[in-house]
Design a protein around this ligand. Structure first.
Ligand code: COA
Length: 364
């Protein structure tokens, strides 16, 4: 009875799991992975070791290099390719069900899958660019970090500015508690499914504009604002027509999103040509949102300056959700393992509000 009375649309504020992985500090505006502030990680620990910190609680551990594998079919639509190929890997690699394998085996499966998922995105992006052939493993092996290897596999070259932009972005977005995609991964893991099923389901959840897809809308928005030259008017018109301004608002933070702060700094350091218009739009949007919603903080979220940083690395907006998935393989993997160790099958309740019992003939 009590769960029916406690119905919360969108489960806002409902504590569904206990976790030791990440702690978004909603009032103080910081984010810690296993207790370590991400400010300490960016620029010092490469993404693949942040993966190790999140999954193994050990920054000297790392995501492995991908093993040779030929994806079955890449269309160039990266989220769709990633979801399909990740699910298929479970079959090709004969991955065991989480309720039948050891924690060590699950950790190994997650490492193999994470590394391969990055490869799938890089290769899908290459297809989208119109290239048929793939880059040889020897060339890819010349990269020192996962970000460099990703770029080499995609483009055959790794500009250091691009690699820094991607590494910073991946670290900032590697994990963030129980959002929609992570919850999805945990729900699937809670059924005892294999790691490929849990990760591919998470990719689907991440592809919508309200979760991981917002950066895809931010750059076109900045271009529109730059063309009008009047950020305040653009914001007023957008809000008047009932639009949401992409890159603002967050379910958790009631202060500045710390990731936004780091990404903005990085965009400046890397000399992004969009920083000026982004700052103009940001202050116009914050002022207008504050006026319209004085009751809640609608601040800049991670996806706003993510779009600007990804643009430094010449990532097309359409690839943004898949880039987010690449970074989040760390958080998802950590949560799948945590779910396996401590979790229980998810089975919430629904309050029935449909028609009363009636005869089929009454519908005629
Ligand atoms: N632009 C304009 N209005 C916004 C807004 C935005 N970015 N974010 C929230 N609002 C408004 C809503 O329209 C709503 O107004 P109403 O009560 O008059 O209808 C109010 O604020 C509350 O919105 P709600 O959707 O309940 O807030 P939330 O905390 O659940 O939403 C997001 C969180 C992220 C879904 C939401 O802020 C959003 O859609 N942002 C844009 C998409 C985005 O940047 N996503 C990436 C998230 S990391």
């Amino acid at each position: 009875m009590s769960e029916v009375a406690d119905f919360k649309p969108g489960l806002e504020g409902v504590v569904a799991v206990e976790t030791e992985i990440a702690e978004p500090d909603r009032e103080g505006g910081s984010l810690r992975y296993r207790g370590v502030d991400i400010e300490e990680l960016v620029g010092k620990v490469p993404y693949e070791n942040v993966w190790g910190l999140l999954v193994d609680d050990d920054p000297t551990s790392r995501m492995p290099d991908p093993e040779p594998y030929e994806p079955v079919r890449l269309t160039g639509n990266a989220p769709a390719d990633l979801q399909a190929e990740t699910a298929r890997l479970a079959g090709d690699w004969k991955l065991g069900k989480l309720n039948e394998i050891s924690d060590e085996q699950a950790r190994e499966d997650l490492g193999r899958l994470s590394a391969q998922m990055m490869t799938i995105v890089a290769r899908s992006a290459r297809v989208a660019d119109g290239h048929d052939g793939s880059i040889s493993d020897e060339v890819v092996a010349q990269g020192a970090t996962a970000a460099e290897k990703f770029l080499l596999r995609w483009r055959g070259e790794a500009d250091p500015r691009h690699a820094k932009a991607i590494d910073t972005y991946w670290i900032c977005t590697a994990e963030h508690g129980l959002n929609a995609s992570t919850f999805t991964a945990r729900i699937v893991a809670s059924t005892g499914a294999d790691c490929g099923a849990a990760l591919s389901a998470a990719v689907g959840a991440l592809s919508g504009p309200l979760h991981g897809g917002a950066p895809a809308y931010v750059l076109p928005m900045l271009e529109e604002v730059a063309a009008t030259g009047d950020a305040a008017r653009w914001v007023e018109e957008a809000l008047e027509s009932g639009e949401r301004i992409m890159g603002f608002g967050h379910r958790i933070y009631r202060a500045e999103d710390p990731r936004s702060r780091i990404l903005k700094r990085t965009a400046k350091e890397l000399g992004s040509p969009h920083v000026d218009v982004a700052e103009a739009l940001e202050s116009a949007a914050l002022e207008a949102l504050q006026k319209r919603h004085p009751e809640r903080v609608l601040a800049t979220n991670v996806e706003y300056y993510s779009a600007v940083v990804l643009d430094v690395a010449e990532i097309p907006p359409s690839l943004a959700p898949a880039m987010f998935a690449c970074s989040r393989v760390a958080g998802w993997s950590a949560h799948i393992l945590e779910q396996k160790k401590t979790g229980r099958l998810f089975r919430p309740s629904a309050r029935y509000v449909g028609p009363e019992s009636r005869a089929l003939s009454s519908l005629a």
